[in-house]
Design a protein around this ligand. Structure first.
Ligand code: G4P
Length: 534
């Protein structure tokens, strides 16, 4: 037993599980690919151009898979670097943006916020940032595309604080921001790092390193860049925040890195610094006692369910984040929510190159469990006799709503069954309008594509054709005040009162302005935008 404890402790401490949050096109796919390159998981990144062709035909990961002839799954990838075991969680963007994107963040111990240096903070980054902030996880910023003209780095720091409300600490500072990116100044080591090589991002770059006052660099950079750098460093040291590891860990200060994923400039220094600063799996709060990741008892929760789109296979894949202990193939664990033992016989893990049957895994890892329909989002699995239950996974704000009915009223039973199933998988949020009865259900989704998935799956798996009426609502807010009768509220004429699947009252609004007006008109009313599953 002491051996097992020591083994778990060692394995947990070398694990880093994180997600990259960004707006589409900021370079998430490129950066991930480069991290894999440095991790030795792939030998050569392909030319970015060739990836563009079918970009919108399939998800980004499938696209890499096709281009590189390697199998990369759409959910999580594991690779090793400097004896760290790294799990990168994919947060689907583009047309795949859905509630799963948010839910994935629940399984991450930290996040990398990727920003396009020319565009600054964009809409999807803000949404994902708020979920990370809510969880209090550390957030690291990588300002990408520095090989092109970018915003002034001081301006970017100011923007991060103004828009996201978090202070930043530049770990390095770019040299040449007008499309002439030469390298960075590393603030910790107080040295200039000029990048060379890289063959346009296909292989690792090397750098020429030295002190700022080394005349070689004054020559290499020319007086314009060199003087500007010296000025900037002085200003940063004088007026910037102190580096405070505790604030980073609490998500109050974001370490900021500048680089270019495409050319590989700055990727490796970022990876190395990130791995040193990012937390390994920590204690997880649970009902019945907090869970220590180094405990010798296995535990975890389901955060995502991927249905099989093939109608002849109804099976699903449930993604489990391990929170403590060691997982071994075939082990029997308690399924808390169903109140029974289950054997985890065909677990899958996702290495960079392939999807393999996993023999062992540790806290921090993600495994895919074959699911014949017994798992739901938020389920707790654990080994041993302690009765624990992880807190429910939040329901994240839907942005599109439709009223749906079966085209054929005789199919109502299958319709309800299908809707319940998809709601359990977390693909859709189901509401019923209080004042018009249960005949027409309202479905809310985070990404508009989910409606297409809903129609497709109900037709193919349940034989139900849908009638879909798009509604103008963009926000759902739950009423926090207990016992309040929502019918007595003074609401704008465009808002409606609904109940979620747990019978909780919520209001659908068309815009932020209506929400504010409702709060002003109804003093004491408390509205929340993220509820829990249970
Ligand atoms: P995403 O997953 O965040 O959506 O972004 P992705 O990596 O697919 O990158 C989006 C575009 O940005 C790609 O160009 C990619 O080549 C480019 N890109 C990524 N990192 C960098 C960088 O560091 N510098 C520059 N200049 N560009 C970068 P594309 O328009 O899809 O193709 P292409 O026409 O550039 O080949």
């Amino acid at each position: 037993m002491p051996d097992l404890k020591a083994e778990i402790k060692k394995e947990v401490s070398r694990r880093k599980t994180f997600a990259i949050i960004s707006h589409p096109d900021a370079g998430k796919t490129t950066l991930t690919e480069k991290l894999l390159l440095y991790g030795g998981a792939i030998r050569m990144a392909g030319s970015v151009k060739s990836r563009k062709a079918n970009k919108f035909a399939v998800s980004d990961w499938m696209e890499i898979e096709k281009q590189r002839g390697i199998s990369v799954t759409s959910s999580v990838m594991q690779f090793e670097y400097n004896n760290y075991c790294i799990n990168i969680l994919d947060t689907p963007g583009h047309q795949d943006f859905s509630e799963d994107t948010y839910r994935t963040l629940v399984a991450a111990d930290s996040a990398v916020m990727l920003i396009d240096g020319a565009k600054g903070i964009e809409a999807q980054t803000i949404k994902l940032f708020h979920v990370c902030k809510l969880r209090g996880i550390p957030i690291f910023t990588f300002v990408n595309k520095m090989d092109r003209a970018s915003k002034d780095p001081f301006e970017l720091m100011e923007e991060i604080e103004r828009v996201l409300g978090i202070r930043s600490y530049p770990m390095n500072w770019p040299i040449g921001i007008d499309g002439d990116f030469k390298g960075v100044y590393n603030r910790k080591l107080k040295q200039i790092e000029l990048f060379t090589g890289g063959e346009h991002g296909q292989t690792q770059v090397s750098s020429q390193v030295g002190k700022v006052d080394d005349p070689v660099f004054a020559d290499l950079l020319g007086s314009h860049y060199h003087d500007k750098l010296c000025e900037d460093i002085e200003l940063l040291d004088m007026a910037g925040d102190e580096f405070d590891k505790k604030k980073v860990r609490n998500g109050e200060l974001t370490p900021m890195f500048f680089g270019s994923a495409m050319t590989n400039f700055g990727v490796q220094p970022f990876l190395e610094e990130f791995l040193e600063l990012a937390p390994s799996p920590g204690v997880v709060e649970a009902i019945g006692g907090d869970v220590d990741p180094e405990s010798d008892k296995f535990s975890g929760f389901i955060f995502k369910i991927q249905a099989n789109m093939n109608p002849t296979h109804r099976d699903r894949l449930a993604f489990l984040r391990i929170c403590s202990g060691k997982f071994t193939k075939g082990m029997s664990v308690k399924h808390v929510n169903a109140g029974k033992e289950v054997r985890l016989s065909q677990p899958q893990q996702f290495m960079a190159q392939e999807r393999t049957i996993v023999e062992e895994a540790y806290a921090g890892d993600i495994i895919g469990l074959f699911d014949p329909g017994i798992f739901n989002i938020g389920d707790t699995l654990f080994e041993g006799n302690d009765n624990i239950k992880f807190k429910g996974i939040p329901i994240f704000p839907a942005e599109f709503f439709s009223r749906i009915t079966p085209a054929d009223t005789m199919k109502r039973k299958q319709f309800i069954k299908g809707i319940n199933q998809l709601s359990e998988e977390g693909a859709i949020q189901v509401f019923k309008q209080i004042d018009i009865g249960i005949e027409a259900l309202i479905v809310g989704v985070v990404g508009a594509l989910q409606f297409e998935v809903l129609e497709y799956r109900l037709k193919n798996e349940y034989g139900v054709q849908l009638r879909v009426q798009n509604l103008p609502f963009r926000h759902a807010r739950w009423i926090k005040n207990e016992g309040l009768d929502p019918r007595k509220l003074n609401l704008p004429s465009t808002a409606i009162i609904v109940e979620d699947k747990l019978g909780r009252n919520s209001i659908l609004f068309e815009n932020e302005w209506s929400i504010r007006m409702t709060e002003e008109r109804n003093k004491g009313l408390e509205l929340i935008d993220i509820a829990t599953q249970d």
